[in-house]
Design a protein. Structure first.
Length: 484
């Protein structure tokens, strides 16, 4: 695909749900262009886990700045014969000129709290919904999955090997980016390495061994080509009777030259084989040789292997990491939180549902992360933007976001940090983007700030996401007004 077509595919404002376009036309025709505030949040943790990782913000900001209708897009919309000519003229000059508040990319996040707040006129806020959710939901899903894999590995070396099983070209690129943020040490996706400055990693395929006259000859040739980066794939024929002995023979020559090497297992009983191969390597005096494993790994398998004491140094994870594995999607949604009153202020908006968890929390909000004196996270608190900040030393009552009876009291003895920060102001980005390495470090330090109970794989502790008394009062008032 030519570069200009690739760019258009990512920035075309047609990358939106059709109802956004029909509603935008209706808003334009009825001149409903008042200020609006939308929020993106998610409803439940993926993988039955206790945390998620917010990812995709830089991608979103870049696409928002370039989001527009090309001449060809306008021609297509015109051909649908549903829209007024004046609306088509409006679309020709459309640019996103709203403001975006968001958490730092790489923040550990939880259900029901706004990760992103979008402020602008109703049309522009509506048109970007599909693209925003597409970018954030997928990258957050993959970053979360990778963080779980990384934790399962004991914060070890995890290589992302998912290119060939990813969901199409953009899925592969987005997955490589998100996986690196989540904790992968590198990727097999060479283009992602170039575009995102991610370390590229790889060993060899079975075809390399099969293309040579013998397994030993294949190992000799590879060692000659890449003496400092040699990892032998030892399960092409027979791991213990052929692959490991040949790797040891060739590996000894590398060690004599001052180079180390490794072996990779891609099939069979990974625990048994890794133990046996480790014994063979150690008995040969090759204690520095490393063992890498792959073959449909995920965090549950890796955790089991670690618990069993498998002597594995590096994990190659592909399909189940870059596709989300058993979890098809991140449950992010985008809802109207407030609408302009025509006088410079806003009117809080609420959506009701027979399912209490689907009833939204109204108003323009901020999120505070409350930590104790040791810097460990205690709870996240939603409050109305502009109300008195949550301050150290004061005692608060925080209520469950469902606005029911559940609540707790807490004296802020540590800190309360506001998480939503201004990223785009009237369509203009106000600060540069951090490096992926910095975002990756934020994930890892952020996870360290939560008790282990929130990070366990079986029945994790549920982190408190609550709201202030003032916000709860507003929610109850609107519920009474609309339902009473």
């Amino acid at each position: 695909m030519p570069a200009d077509e690739k760019t258009m595919e990512h920035t075309s404002a047609l990358f939106t749900d059709f109802y956004s376009l029909t509603m935008a036309h209706g808003y334009w025709k009825r001149q409903i262009t008042r200020r609006s505030v939308f929020e993106m949040f998610f409803r439940k943790q993926p993988f039955s886990g206790g945390f998620s990782i917010f990812a995709g913000l830089e991608t979103l900001l870049e696409r928002l700045k370039a989001f527009r209708f090309s001449t060809d897009d306008i021609r297509y919309v015109e051909g649908l014969r549903l829209f007024d000519e004046g609306f088509l003229e409006y679309l020709k000059d459309f640019r996103f000129k709203g403001s975006v508040w968001a958490m730092d990319e790489g923040t550990v996040v939880f259900p029901q709290e706004p990760l992103i707040r979008v402020e602008g006129d109703l049309i522009e806020c509506q048109l970007i919904e599909g693209m925003l959710l597409n970018v954030i939901n997928f990258q957050s899903l993959i970053a979360t999955k990778t963080a779980r894999v990384w934790l399962a590995s004991g914060k070890g070396s995890v290589m992302e090997f998912g290119l060939r099983r990813a969901q199409g070209p953009d899925g592969a690129m987005s997955a490589s980016r998100a996986a690196y943020i989540g904790g992968a040490c590198g990727t097999s996706n060479t283009l992602a390495g170039k575009e995102y400055n991610i370390p590229v990693l790889g060993t060899m395929a079975h075809a390399w061994i099969m293309a040579h006259e013998s397994e030993e000859a294949a190992f000799e040739a590879y060692a000659e080509l890449y003496p400092g980066k040699t990892v032998f794939l030892i399960d092409t024929y027979d791991t213990l009777k052929s692959g490991a002995p040949h790797a040891i023979k060739v590996g000894k020559k590398l060690v004599e030259k001052g180079e180390n090497f490794g072996v990779r297992l891609d099939s069979g009983d990974i625990h048994y084989l890794s133990v046996e191969v480790r014994k063979m390597l150690d008995d040969a005096g090759l204690t520095g040789a490393t063992i890498t494993v792959s073959n449909d790994l995920d965090e549950i398998i890796i955790h089991a292997l670690k618990d069993a004491g498998a002597p594995i140094n590096t994990w190659g994870v592909g399909t189940r990491m870059v596709t989300g594995g058993e979890e098809a999607a991140f449950t992010g949604v985008y809802k109207l939180a407030a609408r302009g009153d025509g006088k410079g202020g806003v009117i809080p908006a609420i959506k009701f549902s027979d399912n209490p968890e689907k009833t939204t929390t109204p108003g323009v909000k901020q999120v505070w992360r409350i930590t104790d004196t040791h810097g460990m996270a205690v709870a996240d608190a939603l409050g109305l933007d502009g109300e008195d900040s949550i301050k150290q030393g004061r005692r608060y009552v925080f209520w469950h976001t469902s606005a029911d009876y559940r609540h707790f009291y807490y004296v802020i003895d540590g800190s309360a940090e506001p998480l939503l920060k201004l990223r785009l102001d009237k369509g203009v980005q106000i600060a540069g983007n951090p490096s992926l390495t910095a975002i990756r470090s934020r994930v890892q330090s952020g996870l360290d700030g939560f008790d282990a109970s929130y990070k366990r794989f079986l029945n994790p502790h549920i982190y408190k996401v609550s709201m202030t008394e003032q916000l709860r009062a507003l929610k109850l008032e609107l519920i009474q007004r609309h339902l009473g």
